[in-house]
Write a new protein. Structure first.
Length: 318
């Protein structure tokens, strides 16, 4: 079968690979749709994972089941990591810090014609027969955004910094939840995309909000976010900064503005369940956040285009 691999120093290549072999209790999936995550564009992150089969925003149809509760033909949307649900970290809600979570993965990954969901991951694999594959593939990124939004607690006004695919997802889901949203984005092409979805966007902040979501993982975006935050508000950092990236902050200012800083890394079983429900009720559709529906062969070019900021987000339709 064919799959997409990131190779250090080379980039994304399409290769032939052996069919994945399900073990007892695992099940095999025929991939239908898999989107490229902006997290897979960060060179420092990909270089250390290389060689890495891309793809964790994925949906497909069960090909062979082994008494797992799914039948052949069922459409599923798994998380590539699954927490155990029983340990102390899981019980206190820190699901992504469960030791089982990081030890689990899809084999070989989502950007492959077929993949195996190991039995440990079945606890975070949902049935999505009632929605289109391109929407089902967005369960994982929607879960990450729902977690990010929950980190800010109660608020009415929100600022989203950056209108890449995750900024658009934040804006759409915040508006669906009834928040008054202002999005900040200098790129006119991205602002146009957002305006068509009814997202109010500006080049520079016109106000301060109770909650701020900073989507790009860099210092200028963080500074824009801090300037957009009302005293007593919460700023959520959605993406990682580069390793060792230090940011100087005026703690006297942060202290007297009574600001809360929060981070939001990935998502666990709780948010995945919320995301499946959000997608079923139509809170977000693939066309709102995916700009290019492509074939696997087009992925290397689309990867470079997304990295350059020329396209919003590609999704491979298998
Ligand atoms: Zn991702
Ligand atoms: Zn656990």
């Amino acid at each position: 079968m064919r799959l997409a691999v990131y190779r250090a120093g080379v980039g994304v290549v399409i290769e032939d690979a052996p069919e994945p072999e399900p073990d007892t209790g695992d099940f095999l999936v025929q991939t239908e749709a898999c989107a490229l995550c902006s997290g897979e564009l960060m060179p420092w992150y990909m270089e250390r994972k290389s060689p890495h089969v891309l793809g964790h925003e994925v949906a497909g149809r069960c090909l062979a089941s082994d008494g797992s509760g799914y039948s052949p033909g069922d459409r599923v949307a798994p998380h590539h990591h699954a927490n155990c649900g029983e340990c102390e970290d899981c019980r206190r809600g820190a699901e992504v810090h469960c030791s089982r979570w990081k030890a689990t993965r899809l084999i070989p990954g989502g950007m492959a014609e077929r993949f195996v969901i190991p039995r440990e991951n079945l606890s975070d694999t949902g049935l999505m027969n009632d929605v289109r594959p391109q929407d089902a593939a967005l369960v994982e990124p929607v879960a990450c955004v729902l977690k990010s939004i929950s980190r800010a607690g109660e608020f009415e006004s929100a600022t989203v910094v950056g209108l890449g695919s995750f900024g658009v997802l934040h804006s759409v889901l915040l508006m669906e939840a009834g928040a008054n949203v202002e999005a900040i984005e200098p790129n006119p092409q991205r602002r146009r995309w957002a305006e068509e979805l009814g997202i109010r966007s500006v080049v520079a902040p016109s106000r301060q909000s109770e909650a701020v979501f900073v989507c790009p993982g860099n210092e200028p975006a963080l500074r824009v976010g801090l300037n957009s935050l009302r005293p007593g508000g919460t700023l959520v950092l959605f993406a990682p900064h580069e390793p060792g990236g230090l940011v100087a902050m005026d703690f006297e200012d942060l202290y007297f503005r009574d600001i809360a800083l929060a981070f939001s890394y990935s998502a666990g079983r709780t948010e995945m369940a919320q995301a499946r429900e959000a997608i079923r009720r139509g809170a977000v559709r693939a066309e709102q956040v995916v700009s290019h529906f492509i074939s696997l062969d087009e992925l290397p070019g689309a990867y470079r285009a997304m990295q350059a900021g020329d396209i919003l987000k590609p999704m491979v339709m298998f």
